[in-house]
Design a protein around this ligand. Structure first.
Ligand SMILES: [Zn+2]
Length: 218
C-alpha cells in the first residue's frame, strides 16, 4: 500500500505568499485542506512543528517523513502560486511521469488549469528542500492554484480536497477487500501476542472485520 504524506507549505508563523484582499496566506489554505483530510485512508498529514521560519519548519517536516516513508510512498508539500494554474516541482533525477500524472489528476478533478511538471531548478530558489532531501526522491512541491486570483482561490477552497483524493486514488487504487484482508492479518498477529486483558477486545475487532469482509465477498 502506498501512502501519500501531505504537509502544509511554509509555517504557521510565516504563512507564505498572501492574498491581501482576502487576508489569507498559503498556510491558512493548506492548513484547512490538511485538516479536512485527517484520518482519510491512504493519507498521512505531517504535523505542524510550530517553527518560526518556513525553512526551519520544512527541515522538521522532511525529517519526520523520511523516518516514516517506504520507498514507494509519496511526500507532497502543498503550496499556492502567484501565477495561475496547478504546477508540480520535482527532483530532476526523478522521472517526469509520476509527477505529471499527480498534477494532472489534481487539475482534472478540480478544474484548475494543468501547468505541468518542472524540475525544481526552475523554481526561483533554484533547488527545493522537499525535492532534494526526501530519501526516495518522491518528494514534490504541488502548487494547488493561484493565491492572487480570487476566483482560483475559491476553486482551491472548494475543490482541492477532491483533487487530492484523486491523487490518492491514482497512487493506490482503493481496494476495500485488500484493506480488510490486511487488517485481518494484523489483528491475527496482535491476537497471538495479546495478554488476557486485551484478547477480548482484539477478537471482537477481528470478528467485526471478518464479517465485513465476508459481506463484501458475497
Ligand atoms: Zn509557497
Amino acid at each position: 500500500m502506498r501512502t501519500l504524506f501531505l504537509a502544509r507549505g511554509h509555517s504557521q508563523k510565516e504563512r507564505g505568499a498572501r492574498n491581501h484582499s482576502l487576508n489569507i496566506g498559503e498556510w491558512d489554505l493548506t492548513n484547512k485542506i490538511c485538516n479536512q483530510l485527517k484520518g482519510v485512508e491512504g493519507i498521512v498529514i505531517v504535523p505542524s512543528f510550530g517553527k518560526k521560519s518556513s525553512d526551519e519548519e520544512l527541515a522538521f517536516k522532511t525529517n519526520w517523513v523520511n523516518d516514516r516513508m517506504d520507498y514507494d510512498d509519496v511526500f507532497i508539500d502543498l503550496h499556492l502560486n502567484t501565477s495561475r494554474g496547478a504546477l508540480i516541482l520535482r527532483n530532476a533525477r526523478q522521472g517526469i511521469k509520476e509527477s505529471a500524472d499527480i498534477c494532472y489528476k489534481y487539475a482534472k478533478a478540480t478544474g484548475i488549469r494543468f501547468q505541468g511538471s518542472v524540475p525544481d531548478y526552475f523554481s526561483r530558489h533554484s533547488s527545493l528542500w522537499v525535492c532534494q532531501q526526501t530519501d526516495n526522491l518522491r518528494g514534490y512541491v504541488l502548487e494547488l492554484g493561484s493565491i492572487k486570483h480570487i476566483g482560483e482561490v475559491d476553486m482551491v477552497q472548494d475543490q482541492a480536497v477532491r483533487g487530492i483524493l484523486a491523487i490518492r486514488d491514482y497512487l493506490q487504487p482503493f481496494n476495500p477487500k485488500d484493506a480488510l484482508r490486511k487488517k485481518l492479518g494484523l489483528l491475527r498477529k496482535a491476537l497471538a501476542n495479546a495478554s488476557d486483558k486485551t484478547k477480548k477486545t482484539i477478537s471482537q475487532a477481528y470478528e467485526k472485520v471478518k464479517k465485513k469482509l465476508s459481506e463484501l465477498l458475497k
